[in-house]
Design a protein around this ligand. Structure first.
Ligand code: CDT
Length: 329
């Protein structure tokens, strides 16, 4: 017996800085409706789906950035999305900027900001929350950059780990669900933590600039796409999971984000890919039983993993130079 879930990647085209929540939510509602018409049971939206990719804009006072954050979910602005989720009976991955009042590591309750995603059940309840761990970019205005990437300014490092939950996704089908956000997809450690919890569907959204500003040399556009796909395909194969990886794409206020959203199977094959850099839906039937092959053979973790040889992975952050060998004569 197969366990098929129909998954939609709901890619969003650009959101300009001046565009309000209402317009964006309207576009998302249209994608949700089309996803429902095409039989989708799970719909994945991008990272920070409700606004422009605001970490490109510098605010000296962090509170000035609050308009880009959601202090609650649902909020008056996002309520229509939750209503549509219930109406269409679909499960949704939503990336957004989260503003939370909660205790920090010292136990002091303060305003905290995270780059967050949630899985919303067809009844509107939050099934799972994830806060982005691998924040790229920088915290201070960088003079040498034409475009800022201020994720380290606006967000704290996620403090929820990489959770996986088993939840109903289709009639008679439960799935092990996990999440990543954008830059996380480049880190095999993140995928493996999900794999160790038998994840079957990784949902991830991204906002990836077409140009690598950290590389003062040249990195061809096609390599940016290759690196995105390579990371996702390897993550799926090595952890025997499906993934839906969804872009916010196109040109936002003159700054280009790549598209190329994909759905990938546990063999690492791309089974659907977006062709535009605009609002676009791609849909694939994912038989979750296909995760069994990798999980029980090459990547049978219980049989083949050697954690005693991996201590560096958790004890060391940066790389160190290796011991030097010199010829004896
Ligand atoms: N949003 C996000 O995480 N973007 C990063 C840009 C990194 S620049 C190499 C990404 O990994 O796509």
């Amino acid at each position: 017996m197969s366990r098929i879930v129909t998954v939609a990647a709901a890619q969003l085209g650009p959101i300009q800085r001046a565009e309000g929540r209402e317009g964006v939510i309207g576009r998302m509602l249209r994608l949700l409706e089309r996803a429902h018409q095409r039989g989708a049971q799970v719909v994945v939206f991008p990272e920070l789906a409700l606004t422009t990719f605001f970490p490109r804009w510098y605010c000296e006072d962090l509170d000035e950035a609050d308009a880009w954050f959601e202090p609650s979910l649902p909020s008056p602005a996002t309520q229509p999305l939750f209503d549509a989720i219930k109406r269409f009976g679909v499960m949704v991955y939503l990336g957004y900027a989260e503003l939370a009042w909660e205790p920090d590591e010292q136990g002091i309750v303060r305003k905290r900001r995270f780059n967050t995603s949630v899985v919303i059940a067809p009844n509107g309840e939050i099934v799972l929350k994830y806060r982005k761990v691998h924040l790229p970019g920088h915290a201070e205005f960088a003079e040498h950059r034409q475009v800022q990437h201020l994720e380290k300014r606006y967000f704290e490092v996620g403090n929820l780990g990489f959770p996986v939950v088993r939840a109903p996704v289709a009639p008679g089908v439960d799935a092990n669900l996990g999440m990543l956000i954008c830059n996380d997809r480049r880190w095999p450690e993140a995928w493996r933590v999900l794999g160790l919890q038998q994840v079957e569907l990784v949902m991830l959204g991204y906002n990836t600039p077409s140009r690598n500003q950290d590389n003062r040399g040249f990195e061809a556009h096609h390599l940016r796409v290759l690196h995105s796909h390579l990371s996702i395909q390897a993550g799926c194969y090595q952890n025997a999971t499906f993934a839906a990886a969804v872009a916010k794409a196109g040109t936002e206020d003159g700054h280009e984000l790549l598209g190329h959203s994909i759905i990938v199977n546990p063999q690492g094959e791309i089974i659907a890919m977006a062709a535009t850099w605009d609002d676009e839906l791609i849909v694939a039937d994912c038989d979750l039983d296909l995760c069994e092959l990798g999980r029980n053979t090459v990547f049978n973790f219980a049989k083949h993993r050697r954690p005693e040889a991996y201590t560096r992975l958790v004890e060391q952050t940066g790389s160190v130079a290796p011991a030097v060998w010199t010829p004896s004569v």
